[in-house]
Each structure stands twice: as C-alpha cells, then as structure tokens.
Design a protein around this ligand. Structure first.
Ligand SMILES: Cc1ncc(COP(=O)(O)O)c(C=O)c1O
Length: 492
C-alpha cells in the first residue's frame, strides 16, 4: 500500500512541488513563444487535416506530461484561434486582460468551489463583494443581490426562471418549485424584440413553456424595441386571455448593438404586472462609461439584469452574473441538502442562489481586474472603442468596394460588398460570395470576420472589443478582404 507515494507527481501537491513548477513554467514558456511569433489569427491548417490529426491522437499509449505539453502546444495551441490578433474580429469573443489570465492561475490551482463556505472561505466573500459592487454600480437598490454565472445564456435563463416562479406565485400562490408548472402554463408569454438573443427562446423551452411562448415585438430602424408595439402586444395578449409574465429589454443586440429604451420597457412591464429582465450581455458594460452610461437609463429599475464579463469586461471565458432587484426572489431556487447547506447555517452558502452546485471562482477575475485596471479605465476603453467603431464605419462608407448596412450603435460594423464588385454574378451568387469570402479568409487564417443577415441578405460583421485596436488595423483588414473578394470573383 505504499504505492500511492509514486503518484504524487500527478498532482499539484503542498510542500516540495517540482513537477508542478516545471509543468507550469513549461506551459507558460510555450504560450509566450506562441504569442511572440504569431502573425495570423489562425494557422490556416485545413479543417479536415486538423480533425484527422486530433483524431489520430492515440490514448492507449501514455506519455510524460512534458511530452504532452509539447504536443499540445504543437497540435492544439498552434491551431487555436488567436483572439489577440487584430484581424480576429468576428464575435463577442474578447482578448482577455492579463489580470484575468493570472487570476485563472489562482482559480485553477486553488480550485475553490463556490457552493458552500467550507469549500471556498475567502472566495465566497470575494464573490459576494463583487456582486455588491455590481448592484451598487447598476444602482439596483438596498434589496438587490446576484450570483456569478457561466455567462449570458445562464443569466438569461435564471432571470426568466425567477420571473416564471414569481409570476405563478403572484397569480395564484402556485409554487412551481414544489408543484411544477401551473395549469395555466400554456397561456404564459414572454415578450421581447425581434432582435433579442436566441437564448430567450432557448430559456422558454428549458423552462417547459416552449419556444412558442415567446412573442416578438417589432423593432424600429435603430433595432430598438418599438415601445408602442410593445404596449399594443401586451394589451392584445391580455385581451386574448393570455398571460404575459416577463418582458425582456436588450442592452446591446448582438448584431446591431441596439439598446432598447429600458425605462419605457420596464414601465410597461411593471404596469402590466410583468417581470422586467434586461439582457445586458453585450452592452451593460457601458454603465462604466461616463460618455455612454445614460443610454442604459432605466436599468436600475429592472427586476433582473444579465451582465457578461467575458465580453466587454475582457475576462477569460467563462464569467457572467445575474443581478436581481429583490433578493427574496432567489428563494425559489433554495433547496437545503443535509451535507451542504443545512437550514440555519451561520456561514453563507452561495449555492442557495445558484442553479449550479459546484461552481468556478470566476469572481476572482473581476476582483483582480477592478483592482489592477479599475472601473474608470474600463469606461475609457469603451469610449475609445465606440468612437473607433464610428471611424471604421466611415472608412467603409468611403470605400467604393464596400457598402455600410447601418450606422453602428455600439461596437459592431455591418457591411456588404458593393454592387460594383458583382460583375456577372447573379444576386444569389453575389449574396453567397459573402459566405465564401468569410470561410476563405477563416480557413486560410487571414482574418476571422463574422457573417450574419441584415434585412434578409447576407452581411459581413466586425465586432470590435479590444481597446488596443487602431484604425491602421482596419486599413490592412479591409485591403485583405477586398483582395480576397476579387480573387474569389476571378476564380468563378
Ligand atoms: C445579447 C446576448 N445575450 C446573451 C448572449 C449569450 O451569452 P453567453 O454566450 O455568454 O452565454 C449573447 C452572446 O453573444 C448575446 O450577444
């Protein structure tokens, strides 16, 4: 039974720790060297070849960790998307702050679990401190509270879940936690704009209400919810005997960056006896910007708010939070387990307000970021980014080979190739060219840009997140796109 002494080098042990130190150093050296030498967003290895090389890894043969780190670097790291590259500009997918990456070192090595205090003594207090900071920042009031989540999807699900249970209790003292969906569940409706994120539908489905319970309200030319249509929709649903129970306001739609008139949405929701939820996954960060904070007016009155740190807060994935105005509403999630969070525990157990049990200590990343970067600096990043986005849009507008689809509202730019490039291509072929162009540039590793639809037609999209981007990055990117488009057209 002394065999266990030979296993210690597999673990990050207390005391002498040579294996751990060597492995972390080797990994860090590999990453440093990769970052130093990278010149493309992606290696350009053909997808089929990459898949084959990964599938060929033979797990029946083991290797030393040193060899595994080397081969992981060669096969995985070197064929990863480099989010730091200025031409990786497709999604709400950020290059992380150094403060966040080093926090991950602590998080991984310490491996605290946020469900109960005896698994995360300091960490529990850090998460609560960050939640208190958020509630104060969003001015949600004395009774507000929140919890860290895995991101916008989980935050939106939680917001709508709490809304459902709150509504059923108010409507008929029905306890969803105990008794499941009420008999009128088929009539329950969630209202949001037709530009809302798909996680609203996904949440409705997971909550047992079905995607058809989501009613879409039209948007104005700016992509904001039409508040008159919202009011008409609420009234019409009620007149049909249906039960609208939650209204979602968008603080930054994914493609257009549209921020709804949050105050108007919250007021309509409240007057209709509905819960108001703000999906701030993209734009809620603007609360730290002196220039743009006013665009979120009304967020302080919402019943729940999703904030996503792995987007505009520059945190490593995953990191988000759900904030709620009245902490009593977390009660519908509370379940006591004898082994974990006994009734009457003196010390706090964050599992009481979470849909996860074991949970990462992501709050440390925001804790270290707030101290090392600070809210003022973050706010200045956003001011710069939003003005750079306008500059990029002007550049596209002035370029004869591109058509700007709309004026940017946040930090995305939507554009198409100009009709002057269409040549002999049919409209359908020219539309498809946008997709081919994106895939061509992606698989060659030249640039990672997004493709979406604007008014039913394919469009290309830049999502600017990094405040380290400069206008010169876009001069070279637009030249690359133009060149690739011409090559593809000539090859047709
Ligand atoms: C507006 C909006 N809401 C929610 C989400 C989902 O967030 P996550 O990917 O963090 O789960 C996204 C993702 O891009 C988003 O843009």
């Amino acid at each position: 039974m002394s065999q266990h002494n030979n296993w210690s080098h597999y673990f990050a042990q207390l005391g002498e720790n040579q294996a751990f130190e060597e492995a972390t150093q080797q990994t860090q050296n590999a990453i440093n060297s990769l970052f130093k030498n990278a010149d493309k967003p992606y290696s350009g290895l053909a997808p089929a070849l990459l898949k084959k090389q990964i599938n060929d890894v033979d797990f029946s043969q083991s290797a030393s960790l040193k060899e595994v780190i080397n081969s992981t670097n060669e096969l995985i790291a070197k064929n990863s998307l480099l989010v730091q590259h200025p031409h990786t500009i497709a999604h709400l997918h950020t290059p992380p702050l150094i403060a966040s990456i080093v926090a991950e070192h602590f998080i991984a090595a310490l491996n605290q679990s946020m469900d109960s205090w005896d698994q995360s003594p300091a960490a529990t207090f850090v998460e609560q401190q960050m939640i208190d900071w958020l509630c104060k920042t969003y001015e949600l009031g004395e009774r507000s509270d929140g919890v860290f989540t895995s991101g916008g999807t989980q935050s939106n699900l939680m917001g709508l879940l709490l809304a459902r249970d709150w509504f059923a209790f108010n409507q008929s003292l029905h306890d969803v936690q105990q008794d499941g969906l009420p008999e009128y569940a088929q009539k329950m409706r969630i209202i949001c704009s037709d530009k809302s994120h798909f996680t609203v539908q996904k949440s409705a489905s997971l909550m047992g209400l079905g995607e058809r319970s989501v009613v879409l309200v039209k948007t104005n030319v700016q992509g904001q919810i039409d508040v008159q249509d919202l009011q008409l929709t609420v009234d019409a649903l009620k007149a049909q005997g249906l039960l609208p129970f939650a209204v979602v306001a968008m603080a930054g739609t994914t493609d257009h960056g549209a921020i709804d008139d949050i105050q108007a949405v919250v007021d309509i929701a409240r007057n209709a006896g509905c819960w108001s939820h703000v999906d701030g996954a993209y734009g809620a960060a603007l609360q730290l910007s002196q220039q743009h904070k006013s665009r979120l007016k009304g967020i302080e009155s919402a019943d729940s708010v999703s904030v996503d740190f792995h987007k505009l807060f520059y945190q490593t994935i995953s990191c988000g939070a759900l904030l709620i105005k009245n902490k009593a509403n977390f009660n519908t999630l509370l379940h006591h387990a004898d082994y974990l969070n006994r009734e009457g525990d003196e010390l706090p157990n964050l599992v009481d307000k979470s849909i996860a049990t074991t949970k990462r200590f992501d709050a440390l990343k925001m804790f270290m970021t707030l101290k090392a970067v600070g809210e003022k600096q973050l706010g200045e990043f956003y001011d710069y980014l939003l003005s750079l986005t306008q500059e990029v849009a002007s550049k596209i507008e002035e370029n004869q080979h591109f058509d700007l689809c709309c004026t940017p509202l946040l930090s995305t730019v939507l554009f198409r190739l100009a009709p002057s490039l269409q040549g002999n291509l049919t409209d359908a072929e020219f539309n498809q060219l946008h997709q081919q162009l994106r895939l061509h540039m992606l698989t060659k590793g030249e640039a990672v840009i997004a493709e979406t639809k604007v008014n039913g037609r394919l469009a290309l999209k830049f999502t600017l997140l990094s405040p380290c981007l400069t206008i010169a990055d876009f001069d070279s990117l637009l030249a690359k796109i133009e060149q690739s488009a011409i090559t593809l057209i000539n090859n047709k």
